[in-house]
Unconditional design. Structure first.
Length: 196
């Protein structure tokens, strides 16, 4: 570059503008990658509505709440489960893990709970999965987050967390199971009657 070019105010402004534009591409590129590796709220609402077979105001509000609190998920699980409790409870389920990257796996889960909890239920479950580094990372025990249960218009959601991974099961189902309990769900590759 000629020294006169660097001293010309118009050229200097143009070069600075180009440099700033190049720097701005860095975060924009990162945002684009995040968009490609995670689901947006509309896509999740559509998938959940297709899975549950009905759109309810409660379902939309629960999904909106999850996005507001947890951000964009990079996977989800579509499944069904059954459970019962009388102080001590058990829950069993199975489903299909679907990742934004196109991978997936069959998933089974079971777990105990203890607390002021009574009743029985069978439900479809649509679980939002946040910050799952790979498919194999789902296969472990996820404790429930204390005080994270919400019920809006027939839809319920709670959070399970282990290290940086958060699961947010959304349930619409039949039966009644009410109360407060603590427990965990153990996600496995194979079905097991052992809830532990």
């Amino acid at each position: 570059m000629d020294m006169r070019d660097a001293q010309d105010p118009d050229r200097r402004e143009l070069l600075l503008g180009l440099g700033g534009a190049c720097l701005a591409l860095g975060p924009a590129a990162a945002w684009a990658n995040e968009d490609k590796s995670t689901y947006d709220e509309d896509s999740i609402l559509k998938a959940a509505t297709e899975f549950f077979g009905d759109t309810t105001e409660g379902l939309a509000k629960v999904i909106e709440k999850a996005f507001k609190e947890q951000g964009r998920p990079n996977a989800y699980i579509k499944g069904a489960e059954a459970g019962a409790a009388l102080t001590v409870g058990l829950r069993y389920g199975e489903g299909q893990l679907v990742t934004k990257g196109g991978g997936g796996a069959k998933v089974y889960w079971a777990g105990p709970s203890i607390g002021f909890d009574a009743g029985a239920n069978a439900s479809k479950v649509f679980t939002l999965v946040y910050r799952l580094p790979n498919t194999g990372a789902i296969f472990q025990r996820f404790p429930g987050v204390d005080g994270s249960a919400y019920y809006i218009g027939g839809a319920g959601i709670n959070y399970q967390r282990l290290k940086s991974i958060t699961l947010a099961p959304i349930r619409l189902g039949v039966g009644l199971r009410a109360g407060v309990s603590v427990g965990y769900l153990h996600y496995r590759r194979e079905k097991s009657l052992n809830p532990f």
